[in-house]
Ligand binder design. Structure first.
Ligand SMILES: NC(=O)c1ccc[n+]([C@@H]2O[C@H](COP(=O)([O-])OP(=O)(O)OC[C@H]3O[C@@H](n4cnc5c(N)ncnc54)[C@H](O)[C@@H]3O)[C@@H](O)[C@H]2O)c1
Length: 321
């Protein structure tokens, strides 16, 4: 199969490209043309040189619907995995662009899929479609829990899910949205990356850090998210979206764990007084229909992140018996 991965030089897109290649698929990564060069992107950080040679990168803008259709036709794309988006802060700072990229950009992918007779589009939604009120009221949030986002970004993802369901019900295009919680791992460059960078990436290199924590978040390792994307390309179509979870662990416990593997780490943990309600999920749908169970709990993912950051700098691994 040949896949177009939009946002394909971003954080998650890079891991998706890597896993698709490993599965034996062909990959075209589509993303904004990099300002300096591809070597500055997550793609070059995550893929090996050999893998980079196997991936085709096409620079472009997801808001350009005509070019997107042309590209899908030219490349004979079988399926789109749509990950291109602006994240929470960027949407708040520029709502008009946020709506063009996150909403119209997604609709452009659905339209390109229709124009090219594709069967399915897999796309990124977000756990932010649920909000604090829902977590507080329900305690355990199921896959079909009502959406009540706290951010404009969450509201955009909520609308995109509505559109995805519409494209399925009205046009028969199978659209599967994946609502990732907070994604972490090596290669994250944007959007709320500070906490994980301060807890894992900086200490991995001996850099002192200040970690601002919103306790109660659910963290999911990036390779697990990529695996969920690949699973969604193959399952029989059952529903329009799945929540993709990792682990909800208090920041203090993560800090204690990091200290066991990096005893000299100098991390100042500042827990936000107005911390959010713990994110607890009913994982039945993701497990039973998507076949997704996270391979990484937060400790295993933290260790993988620390050691891959260290490996890039030529430092020996830590925490391995
Ligand atoms: N990172 C998280 O914690 C998280 C959580 C839930 C959902 N998501 C969603 O997962 C997806 C991937 O996120 P990520 O963490 O890899 O973010 P990222 O910022 O690393 O990747 C997004 C990519 O989209 C590209 N992009 C932005 N505007 C574009 C445009 N106009 N045309 C083409 N490309 C454009 C960016 O250049 C970037 O490479 C996004 O849809 C995001 O909303 C992320």
């Amino acid at each position: 199969m040949k896949y177009l991965v939009t946002g394909g030089s971003g954080f998650l897109g890079s891991y998706v490209a890597k896993q698709l290649l490993a599965r034996g698929d062909e990959v075209v990564c589509f993303d904004l043309p990099p300002k300096t060069g591809l070597e500055e992107t997550s793609l070059a950080e995550v893929l090996t040189k050999d893998e980079m040679e196997k991936v085709k990168f096409v620079g472009g803008d997801i808001t350009d619907d005509k070019k997107l259709v042309e590209l899908c036709k030219e490349e004979k794309i079988d399926m789109i995995i749509h990950l291109a988006a602006m994240l929470t802060d960027a949407c708040q700072k520029n709502m008009q662009l946020g709506i063009r990229v996150n909403i119209l950009g997604t609709i452009n992918c659905f339209e390109a899929a229709r124009a090219c007779n594709m069967k399915r589009v897999v796309y990124a939604s977000s756990g932010s479609v649920f909000g604090n009120k829902t977590y507080a009221r329900l305690g355990v949030v199921g896959n079909e829990a009502p959406h009540d986002p706290d951010s404009i970004y969450g509201k955009m993802k909520d609308f995109v899910e509505y559109c995805g369901k519409f494209y399925h019900d009205f046009y028969g295009l199978e659209t599967i949205g994946l609502r990732f919680t907070v994604i972490y791992g090596k290669g994250r460059k944007r959007g709320g990356a500070n906490f994980i960078k301060a807890m894992l990436n900086d200490p991995a290199l001996g850099i002192p850090s200040v970690a601002d924590a919103t306790d109660g978040s659910n963290f999911v390792y990036v390779a697990d998210c990529a695996r969920a994307c690949l699973l969604a390309t193959q399952i029989p179509y059952k529903r329009h979206a799945y929540t993709i979870t990792g682990e909800t662990l208090p920041a203090k416990e993560l800090l204690e764990y990091v200290k066991t593997i990096l005893p000299d780490a100098r991390i100042e943990l500042r827990i936000n007084e107005n911390s959010s309600v713990p994110r607890i999920f009913d994982t039945t749908a993701e497990e039973q229909e998507l076949g997704y169970i996270p391979e990484y709990d937060l400790r295993k993912g933290a260790l993988a992140t620390i050691n891959s950051v260290r490996a890039d700098e030529g430092l020996p691994p830590v925490g391995i018996e």
